[in-house]
Design a protein around this ligand. Structure first.
Ligand SMILES: Cc1cc2nc3c(=O)[nH]c(=O)nc-3n(C[C@H](O)[C@H](O)[C@H](O)COP(=O)(O)OP(=O)(O)OC[C@H]3O[C@@H](n4cnc5c(N)ncnc54)[C@H](O)[C@@H]3O)c2cc1C
Length: 270
Protein backbone atom coordinates (compact mmCIF):
# COMPACT_ATOMS: atom_id res chain seq x y z
CA UNK A 1 0.00 0.00 0.00
CA UNK A 2 1.17 3.55 -0.68
CA UNK A 3 1.27 5.93 2.29
CA UNK A 4 1.65 9.68 2.46
CA UNK A 5 4.51 9.33 4.96
CA UNK A 6 6.65 6.46 6.22
CA UNK A 7 8.38 6.96 9.57
CA UNK A 8 11.51 4.90 10.17
CA UNK A 9 11.92 4.28 13.91
CA UNK A 10 9.28 3.98 16.61
CA UNK A 11 10.97 5.90 19.45
CA UNK A 12 9.88 9.30 20.82
CA UNK A 13 10.85 11.17 17.62
CA UNK A 14 9.14 8.75 15.23
CA UNK A 15 5.97 8.43 17.31
CA UNK A 16 5.70 12.21 17.70
CA UNK A 17 6.17 12.57 13.92
CA UNK A 18 3.42 10.00 13.31
CA UNK A 19 0.95 11.80 15.62
CA UNK A 20 1.60 15.07 13.81
CA UNK A 21 1.29 13.57 10.32
CA UNK A 22 -2.13 12.27 11.37
CA UNK A 23 -3.01 15.70 12.82
CA UNK A 24 -2.59 17.02 9.26
CA UNK A 25 -4.95 14.33 7.93
CA UNK A 26 -2.29 12.29 6.15
CA UNK A 27 -1.69 8.53 6.27
CA UNK A 28 1.42 7.27 8.02
CA UNK A 29 3.20 3.96 8.52
CA UNK A 30 5.71 3.57 11.37
CA UNK A 31 8.33 0.88 10.77
CA UNK A 32 10.41 -0.18 13.77
CA UNK A 33 11.60 -3.02 15.91
CA UNK A 34 9.37 -4.10 18.85
CA UNK A 35 8.89 -1.37 21.47
CA UNK A 36 10.75 -3.43 24.12
CA UNK A 37 13.88 -3.23 21.97
CA UNK A 38 13.95 0.58 21.95
CA UNK A 39 16.94 1.85 24.02
CA UNK A 40 14.66 4.00 26.24
CA UNK A 41 12.77 0.86 27.35
CA UNK A 42 15.60 0.13 29.80
CA UNK A 43 15.45 3.54 31.55
CA UNK A 44 14.22 2.92 35.08
CA UNK A 45 13.03 6.48 35.58
CA UNK A 46 12.77 9.53 33.33
CA UNK A 47 12.44 12.73 35.34
CA UNK A 48 12.94 15.47 32.77
CA UNK A 49 10.04 14.90 30.38
CA UNK A 50 7.68 17.83 30.82
CA UNK A 51 4.50 17.07 32.73
CA UNK A 52 5.17 13.37 33.21
CA UNK A 53 8.03 13.05 35.73
CA UNK A 54 8.84 9.74 37.37
CA UNK A 55 7.65 7.37 34.66
CA UNK A 56 9.91 4.57 33.48
CA UNK A 57 11.16 4.59 29.88
CA UNK A 58 8.86 1.64 29.14
CA UNK A 59 5.81 3.48 30.52
CA UNK A 60 6.63 6.58 28.47
CA UNK A 61 7.10 4.57 25.27
CA UNK A 62 3.82 2.70 25.82
CA UNK A 63 2.01 6.03 26.24
CA UNK A 64 3.65 7.48 23.12
CA UNK A 65 2.76 4.42 21.05
CA UNK A 66 -0.83 4.33 22.33
CA UNK A 67 -1.17 8.00 21.36
CA UNK A 68 0.08 7.32 17.82
CA UNK A 69 -2.24 4.31 17.46
CA UNK A 70 -5.18 6.35 18.72
CA UNK A 71 -4.32 9.05 16.16
CA UNK A 72 -4.59 6.45 13.39
CA UNK A 73 -0.94 5.66 12.64
CA UNK A 74 -0.28 2.20 11.20
CA UNK A 75 2.58 0.07 12.50
CA UNK A 76 4.85 -2.51 11.01
CA UNK A 77 7.50 -4.46 12.94
CA UNK A 78 10.74 -4.76 10.99
CA UNK A 79 13.92 -3.04 9.91
CA UNK A 80 14.19 -0.71 6.95
CA UNK A 81 17.22 -1.85 5.02
CA UNK A 82 17.30 0.71 2.25
CA UNK A 83 15.28 3.38 0.52
CA UNK A 84 15.12 4.42 -3.10
CA UNK A 85 13.49 7.45 -4.78
CA UNK A 86 11.60 6.85 -8.03
CA UNK A 87 9.70 9.77 -9.52
CA UNK A 88 7.88 11.50 -6.66
CA UNK A 89 7.77 8.34 -4.51
CA UNK A 90 10.11 6.78 -1.99
CA UNK A 91 10.29 2.98 -1.85
CA UNK A 92 11.59 1.43 1.36
CA UNK A 93 12.49 -2.22 1.80
CA UNK A 94 11.42 -3.81 5.07
CA UNK A 95 12.96 -7.26 5.24
CA UNK A 96 11.85 -8.76 1.93
CA UNK A 97 8.81 -6.44 1.51
CA UNK A 98 8.54 -2.98 -0.01
CA UNK A 99 6.30 -0.05 0.97
CA UNK A 100 6.09 3.39 -0.63
CA UNK A 101 5.33 6.94 0.44
CA UNK A 102 5.60 10.51 -0.79
CA UNK A 103 7.76 11.54 2.17
CA UNK A 104 9.93 9.89 4.81
CA UNK A 105 10.77 10.78 8.40
CA UNK A 106 14.01 9.17 9.49
CA UNK A 107 13.92 8.77 13.28
CA UNK A 108 16.21 5.79 13.81
CA UNK A 109 18.06 7.08 16.86
CA UNK A 110 21.81 6.64 17.17
CA UNK A 111 23.44 3.67 15.44
CA UNK A 112 25.90 3.02 18.27
CA UNK A 113 27.88 0.17 16.75
CA UNK A 114 30.86 0.82 14.52
CA UNK A 115 31.23 -1.33 11.43
CA UNK A 116 33.42 -4.44 11.86
CA UNK A 117 36.63 -4.80 9.85
CA UNK A 118 35.66 -6.47 6.54
CA UNK A 119 31.95 -5.59 6.87
CA UNK A 120 31.74 -2.82 4.27
CA UNK A 121 34.08 -4.70 1.91
CA UNK A 122 31.99 -7.91 1.93
CA UNK A 123 28.47 -6.44 2.19
CA UNK A 124 26.47 -8.22 -0.54
CA UNK A 125 29.34 -10.68 -0.99
CA UNK A 126 28.64 -13.07 1.86
CA UNK A 127 27.66 -10.42 4.40
CA UNK A 128 23.95 -9.59 4.79
CA UNK A 129 21.83 -7.42 7.08
CA UNK A 130 18.62 -9.43 6.49
CA UNK A 131 18.07 -13.14 7.19
CA UNK A 132 14.55 -13.30 5.73
CA UNK A 133 15.71 -11.59 2.49
CA UNK A 134 18.87 -13.57 1.78
CA UNK A 135 18.50 -16.73 3.89
CA UNK A 136 17.14 -18.91 1.08
CA UNK A 137 20.38 -18.41 -0.87
CA UNK A 138 22.22 -20.26 1.90
CA UNK A 139 19.83 -23.19 2.54
CA UNK A 140 21.61 -26.21 4.03
CA UNK A 141 24.85 -24.26 4.41
CA UNK A 142 26.74 -23.09 7.50
CA UNK A 143 25.97 -19.47 8.37
CA UNK A 144 26.94 -17.15 11.21
CA UNK A 145 24.59 -14.67 12.85
CA UNK A 146 25.65 -11.71 14.97
CA UNK A 147 22.61 -10.57 16.94
CA UNK A 148 21.77 -7.92 19.50
CA UNK A 149 18.06 -8.50 20.22
CA UNK A 150 15.26 -11.04 20.57
CA UNK A 151 14.22 -10.20 17.00
CA UNK A 152 17.69 -11.24 15.80
CA UNK A 153 17.31 -14.59 17.62
CA UNK A 154 14.02 -15.12 15.76
CA UNK A 155 15.77 -14.41 12.45
CA UNK A 156 18.43 -17.00 13.41
CA UNK A 157 15.65 -19.51 14.16
CA UNK A 158 14.22 -18.82 10.70
CA UNK A 159 17.62 -19.66 9.16
CA UNK A 160 17.78 -22.92 11.14
CA UNK A 161 14.21 -23.76 10.03
CA UNK A 162 15.23 -23.60 6.35
CA UNK A 163 18.17 -25.95 6.95
CA UNK A 164 21.09 -23.60 7.63
CA UNK A 165 23.59 -24.66 10.28
CA UNK A 166 23.66 -21.55 12.44
CA UNK A 167 26.39 -20.30 14.75
CA UNK A 168 24.90 -17.48 16.81
CA UNK A 169 27.02 -14.78 18.42
CA UNK A 170 25.05 -12.96 21.10
CA UNK A 171 26.10 -9.31 21.45
CA UNK A 172 29.83 -9.89 20.82
CA UNK A 173 32.24 -7.06 21.61
CA UNK A 174 34.52 -7.27 18.57
CA UNK A 175 34.27 -9.19 15.30
CA UNK A 176 36.25 -9.40 12.08
CA UNK A 177 35.22 -10.76 8.68
CA UNK A 178 37.79 -12.24 6.34
CA UNK A 179 37.76 -14.17 3.07
CA UNK A 180 38.78 -13.99 -0.58
CA UNK A 181 36.40 -12.81 -3.31
CA UNK A 182 33.57 -13.49 -0.85
CA UNK A 183 33.38 -13.49 2.94
CA UNK A 184 34.46 -16.88 4.27
CA UNK A 185 34.93 -16.61 8.03
CA UNK A 186 33.94 -14.64 11.07
CA UNK A 187 35.99 -14.16 14.20
CA UNK A 188 34.14 -12.83 17.24
CA UNK A 189 35.67 -12.47 20.71
CA UNK A 190 38.33 -15.09 19.88
CA UNK A 191 36.01 -17.71 18.29
CA UNK A 192 36.39 -18.28 14.53
CA UNK A 193 33.80 -19.97 12.29
CA UNK A 194 33.69 -20.69 8.57
CA UNK A 195 30.42 -19.48 7.05
CA UNK A 196 28.79 -19.24 3.62
CA UNK A 197 27.09 -16.08 4.81
CA UNK A 198 27.48 -13.81 7.81
CA UNK A 199 24.28 -12.09 8.96
CA UNK A 200 24.82 -8.91 10.97
CA UNK A 201 21.48 -8.13 12.64
CA UNK A 202 21.85 -4.84 14.47
CA UNK A 203 18.71 -3.04 15.66
CA UNK A 204 19.69 0.24 13.98
CA UNK A 205 21.40 0.89 10.67
CA UNK A 206 23.57 3.91 9.95
CA UNK A 207 21.59 6.62 8.06
CA UNK A 208 24.08 6.40 5.18
CA UNK A 209 23.41 2.64 4.81
CA UNK A 210 19.68 3.28 4.34
CA UNK A 211 19.99 6.54 2.37
CA UNK A 212 23.25 6.65 0.40
CA UNK A 213 24.06 10.31 -0.23
CA UNK A 214 22.29 11.70 2.83
CA UNK A 215 24.13 14.74 4.22
CA UNK A 216 25.95 14.10 7.51
CA UNK A 217 27.97 16.23 9.92
CA UNK A 218 30.04 14.83 12.79
CA UNK A 219 28.21 11.49 12.50
CA UNK A 220 24.70 12.99 12.62
CA UNK A 221 22.13 13.67 9.89
CA UNK A 222 22.30 17.28 8.74
CA UNK A 223 18.89 19.04 8.84
CA UNK A 224 17.50 22.55 8.51
CA UNK A 225 14.87 24.23 10.74
CA UNK A 226 12.08 22.25 9.01
CA UNK A 227 14.02 19.03 9.72
CA UNK A 228 14.58 18.59 5.96
CA UNK A 229 17.68 16.69 4.88
CA UNK A 230 19.50 17.24 1.60
CA UNK A 231 17.35 14.50 -0.01
CA UNK A 232 13.99 15.79 -1.37
CA UNK A 233 11.12 14.37 0.69
CA UNK A 234 13.35 12.98 3.46
CA UNK A 235 13.11 14.59 6.91
CA UNK A 236 14.94 13.52 10.07
CA UNK A 237 14.30 13.93 13.78
CA UNK A 238 15.58 12.95 17.20
CA UNK A 239 18.88 11.45 18.28
CA UNK A 240 19.93 10.75 14.67
CA UNK A 241 20.22 14.53 14.10
CA UNK A 242 22.52 15.17 17.07
CA UNK A 243 22.74 16.28 20.68
CA UNK A 244 21.10 16.69 23.16
CA UNK A 245 20.15 13.01 23.01
CA UNK A 246 16.97 13.44 25.05
CA UNK A 247 13.29 12.49 24.90
CA UNK A 248 11.96 16.07 24.86
CA UNK A 249 14.14 17.21 21.98
CA UNK A 250 13.29 14.01 20.05
CA UNK A 251 9.56 14.56 20.54
CA UNK A 252 9.86 18.25 19.54
CA UNK A 253 11.86 17.53 16.43
CA UNK A 254 9.44 14.71 15.59
CA UNK A 255 6.59 17.23 15.63
CA UNK A 256 8.40 19.53 13.18
CA UNK A 257 9.47 16.65 10.92
CA UNK A 258 5.96 15.16 10.92
CA UNK A 259 4.39 18.50 9.97
CA UNK A 260 7.01 19.13 7.27
CA UNK A 261 6.64 15.62 5.81
CA UNK A 262 2.83 15.92 5.73
CA UNK A 263 3.10 19.28 3.95
CA UNK A 264 5.61 17.90 1.46
CA UNK A 265 3.39 14.86 0.74
CA UNK A 266 0.36 17.12 0.17
CA UNK A 267 2.34 19.27 -2.28
CA UNK A 268 3.37 16.18 -4.28
CA UNK A 269 -0.28 15.27 -4.78
CA UNK A 270 -1.44 18.66 -6.15
C1 LIG B 1 19.19 3.79 29.63
C2 LIG B 1 18.77 5.11 29.04
C3 LIG B 1 18.24 6.10 29.85
C4 LIG B 1 17.83 7.31 29.31
N1 LIG B 1 17.29 8.25 30.14
C5 LIG B 1 16.82 9.41 29.62
C6 LIG B 1 16.21 10.39 30.47
O1 LIG B 1 16.09 10.21 31.67
N2 LIG B 1 15.76 11.52 29.88
C7 LIG B 1 15.87 11.76 28.54
O2 LIG B 1 15.38 12.79 28.07
N3 LIG B 1 16.47 10.86 27.72
C8 LIG B 1 16.96 9.70 28.23
N4 LIG B 1 17.55 8.78 27.39
C9 LIG B 1 17.76 9.13 25.98
C10 LIG B 1 16.49 8.84 25.13
O3 LIG B 1 16.19 7.47 25.24
C11 LIG B 1 16.72 9.21 23.68
O4 LIG B 1 17.17 10.53 23.57
C12 LIG B 1 15.42 9.03 22.87
O5 LIG B 1 14.91 7.73 22.98
C13 LIG B 1 15.68 9.37 21.40
O6 LIG B 1 14.52 9.15 20.67
P1 LIG B 1 14.58 8.81 19.09
O7 LIG B 1 13.16 8.58 18.71
O8 LIG B 1 15.36 9.84 18.39
O9 LIG B 1 15.43 7.48 18.97
P2 LIG B 1 15.23 6.06 19.64
O10 LIG B 1 14.44 6.15 20.90
O11 LIG B 1 16.59 5.46 19.70
O12 LIG B 1 14.32 5.26 18.62
C14 LIG B 1 14.76 4.89 17.35
C15 LIG B 1 14.21 3.51 17.03
O13 LIG B 1 14.36 3.26 15.62
C16 LIG B 1 14.85 1.96 15.42
N5 LIG B 1 15.54 1.89 14.12
C17 LIG B 1 16.75 2.37 13.79
N6 LIG B 1 17.03 2.12 12.51
C18 LIG B 1 15.96 1.47 12.03
C19 LIG B 1 15.65 0.91 10.75
N7 LIG B 1 16.53 0.99 9.73
N8 LIG B 1 14.46 0.30 10.58
C20 LIG B 1 13.57 0.20 11.61
N9 LIG B 1 13.81 0.70 12.85
C21 LIG B 1 15.00 1.32 13.03
C22 LIG B 1 15.82 1.78 16.59
O14 LIG B 1 16.15 0.43 16.80
C23 LIG B 1 15.01 2.40 17.73
O15 LIG B 1 14.10 1.49 18.30
C24 LIG B 1 17.97 7.55 27.93
C25 LIG B 1 18.53 6.56 27.11
C26 LIG B 1 18.92 5.36 27.65
C27 LIG B 1 19.50 4.30 26.72
Amino acid sequence: MAYDVIVIGGGPAGLSAAVNVRARGRSVLVVSNPLEENPLWKAERVDNYLGLPGLSGAELLERFQAHALQAGAEFRTGRVLNALAMGSDWYVSIGSDVESAKAIVLAGGVARAKKFPGEAEYLGKGVSYCATCDGMLYRNKPVAVVGYSESAKKEAEFLASIGCTVTYFDRPKQCEITGGEKAERLKCDGQTVEAACIFLLRPALAPTDVFPGIGMENGYVLVDRTMATNLPGVFAAGDCTGTPLQVSSAAGEGLVAGQSAAKYAAEQMK
